[in-house]
Write a protein that binds this ligand. Structure first.
Ligand code: M6R
Length: 348
């Protein structure tokens, strides 16, 4: 069922525009959920693991800046160790591809005792869909590759819809309709990314830097790299660099800089210069008309200039997934079945 692709992962990467398009159909259902719960919600709390945690982090940036509702993000495995202070004015959102992640399920049972709960889940009929009070079904279709790709953009789509509807932000709702095309455009660079990946497979360590909305994208890029290439990758908020990791930047170390147009851009550029002056090999992802970025980076993967930093998480992740995929092939590993990992983690 790989439909001519060599691996499920690359097939699923290529299905991402469809995944977003199909998930956008959930708009009415999400509006109904909001109509039902909006009244009295004073705080939102996301609980998730891995890639779903990165989608949740993006949700915090979005909901706080668009709807002004204080939002926390808790790793499901840490949920029982923090006091949480959930109450009946809290909406707890569980994001999970499988809907069976043990840590998330445990936390859901606790949250159900005090708060309203919402599951954003890909697998229909899974435990989280049965136990959460409200459910948004992401429409990515079955995902076989262990590395989450099309389900991540579907989770993000649900969160963007949720935040935009909550904030009655019609401009963002219109922007979202364009995302599938932006994703397909990003996929047109596949051959170029394949070439670049050959040049980076020597690395033992990688850094991924991003600010604001691009910070969770940096974390996700690093996670994809780690889980399938077995190369050490770290995602950092670009401003944190000076607080420690800069000491590790040396001649030739690859640093992926996620630099979409927007408020964060100027400062991200200074961070790029900091690593460049210490010899880093900078691979930047930025707007096709960003001339400054082109002169400063060693390599650049370009994205449609219309993709601003707010919707960038849905599009800029695509080249990061491809980099991880092609480095894995260079190294001769199977991207669909990384060692030590399972698609669904049913133990705590
Ligand atoms: O099924 P879930 O979304 O709850 O799974 C959470 C993580 O185990 C999952 O995202 C994991 O990090 C992926 N393999 C990442 O690609």
């Amino acid at each position: 069922e790989k439909e001519g692709y060599n691996h499920f992962m690359i097939k699923e990467i290529n299905e991402q525009a469809t995944s977003v398009r199909n998930t956008l159909t959930q708009r009415e259902h999400i509006q109904e959920i909001i109509d039902d719960i909006d009244e009295g919600i004073q705080r939102i709390c996301f609980v998730a693991c891995g890639t779903s945690y990165h989608a949740s982090l993006t949700g915090k940036y979005l909901i706080e800046s668009l709807a002004g509702i204080p939002t926390d993000v808790i790793l499901a495995s840490e949920f029982k160790y923090s006091a949480n202070t959930l109450n009946d004015k809290t909406l707890v959102i569980f994001i999970s591809q499988s809907g069976e992640t043990a840590d998330s399920l445990k936390a859901l049972d606790v949250a159900n005792e005090t708060s309203k709960t919402l599951g954003i889940v890909n697998v229909a009929g899974s435990s989280i869909t049965r136990r959460a009070e409200y459910v948004i079904q992401t429409q990515a279709g079955p995902e076989i590759g262990v590395a989450a790709t099309k389900t991540y953009v579907a989770q993000l789509t649900s969160i963007y819809l949720f935040a935009a509807l909550l904030a009655k932000n019609t401009e963002l709702l219109e922007e979202l309709e364009k995302v599938p095309d932006f994703i397909d455009e990003a996929l047109e660079d596949i051959d170029f990314i394949k070439e670049i990946s050959k040049r980076y497979n020597y690395a033992r360590d990688f850094f991924y830097l991003g600010r604001g909305y691009s910070y969770p994208t940096a974390l996700e890029g690093a996670l994809k790299l780690k889980e399938i290439t077995y190369i050490h990758g770290e995602g950092y908020a670009a401003g944190e660099l000076k607080h420690g990791p800069l000491a590790l930047i040396d001649e030739g170390i690859p640093v992926v800089v996620i630099a979409p147009p927007g408020d964060s851009h100027r400062k991200t550029m200074s961070n790029l210069e900091e690593v460049k002056s210490r010899g880093a090999n900078v691979l930047a992802i930025g707007s096709a008309d960003d001339d400054a970025l082109k002169t400063k980076a060693d390599d650049i993967i370009t994205i449609n200039p219309e993709v601003n930093e707010i919707i960038a998480p849905l599009v800029y992740v695509v080249p990061l997934q491809l980099i991880a995929y092609y480095i894995t092939l260079e190294k001769g590993h199977d991207p669909d079945k990384p060692k030590n990992l399972a698609k669904c983690v049913t133990v705590e």
